[in-house]
Design a protein around this ligand. Structure first.
Ligand code: 8YV
Length: 298
């Protein structure tokens, strides 16, 4: 069975792939399934060069880099790795929020520079009791909210649809949500439906005392507007795990002390990456055995 490996993957997953299948790195007539990461997906051009392709398996929960409607129209099933990374992504969102409010990494830089010998580190912002807005109350958004409840935060959210069974206040738009909170946490999916959702207007509504946390996708935030807001005091600070054009980080951000910059590591723990690799492999194996996927994308 010939499987296309689109990009480098977790070494333990690559080993299992090589042990069980004929792995190729370029599209061909024989390829029956493709395995890829959320970052790379499979392009429509690649799909068109693989007439026997029947499944696209993603290592990652996001799948916006693959045109799922196009794949489905060609009779190609698509899977991702939901749930197994929810906890780690939510943990990192909370970590990023605490970091940017309490200025942990900025304080670490202060100590390393030897500045403590010269004076006190400036006061930071209290985490407990903050008003936090979650943009996108899916699995990950809910896990973030669940954790933040322990900090006595006042939680509200905006999602495509009102979520019936949660105790958090719903706001009709991202602007309304941003205007009502101290911290805006972005937890939506990526892709065209959420592109630029956090616009200049949303950042203005968040305001000079507001903080932004983004563990979703860089595309969800108007990055040019964000850089301006951070550089000019339009918002107080941000913790960013994702960027519009990874691995490029806008140059002006590198010099700002009010921004926590992370290299897309929300799911990057040994435990979670192994579980993602295992789920991706099980999707592939099950598909090649009986034509079904463990976690198909809708
Ligand atoms: C990973 C992610 O960085 O799951 C996702 O959608 O963005 C992250 O978990 C990615 O999948 C690894 O390629």
């Amino acid at each position: 069975m010939t499987v296309l490996q689109v990009c480098p993957l977790l070494p333990s997953l690559e080993d299992r792939l090589r042990t069980n299948y004929e792995i190729v790195t370029a599209p061909s007539d024989e390829v029956i399934a493709a395995i890829t990461s959320s970052r790379f997906g499979v392009t429509n051009e690649q799909i068109d060069t693989m007439p026997a392709l029947r499944a696209i398996v993603h290592f990652g929960v996001g799948y916006e880099t693959t045109d799922v409607a196009y794949a489905h129209s060609r009779g190609i099933a698509v899977s991702n790795t939901p749930d197994v990374l929810t906890d780690c992504v939510a943990d990192l969102a909370v970590g990023g929020m605490i970091d940017v409010l309490r200025r942990l990494t900025a304080a670490d830089r202060f100590v390393r520079r030897g500045d403590w010998q010269r004076g006190q580190f400036p006061l930071a912002t209290r985490v407990t009791g903050r008003r936090v807005g979650i943009l996108g109350l899916g699995r990950i958004g809910r896990a973030i909210a669940h954790r933040l409840a322990a900090f006595g935060t006042e939680l509200s959210y905006h999602s495509r649809h009102r979520v019936p069974d949660v105790p958090y206040r719903y706001h009709e738009s991202p602007v309304a949500l941003a205007a009502a909170v101290d911290v805006l946490v972005v937890a939506t999916s990526g892709g065209p439906a959420t592109e630029g959702l956090v616009s200049a207007d949303v950042l203005a509504a968040l305001g000079p005392a507001g903080h932004l946390v983004n563990i979703a996708r860089g595309s969800v935030v108007d990055q040019v507007a964000l850089v301006t807001a951070l550089a000019t005091g339009g918002i107080a600070g941000a913790a960013l795990d994702v960027f519009a054009d990874e691995p490029d980080v806008p140059e002006p951000l590198l010099g700002l002390d009010n921004v926590v910059l992370l290299p897309h590591i929300a799911s990057a723990t040994v435990e979670t990456r192994e579980e993602m690799g295992d789920l991706a492999f099980r999707n592939l194996r099950q598909f090649l055995t009986d034509g079904t996927l463990v976690t198909p994308v809708p």
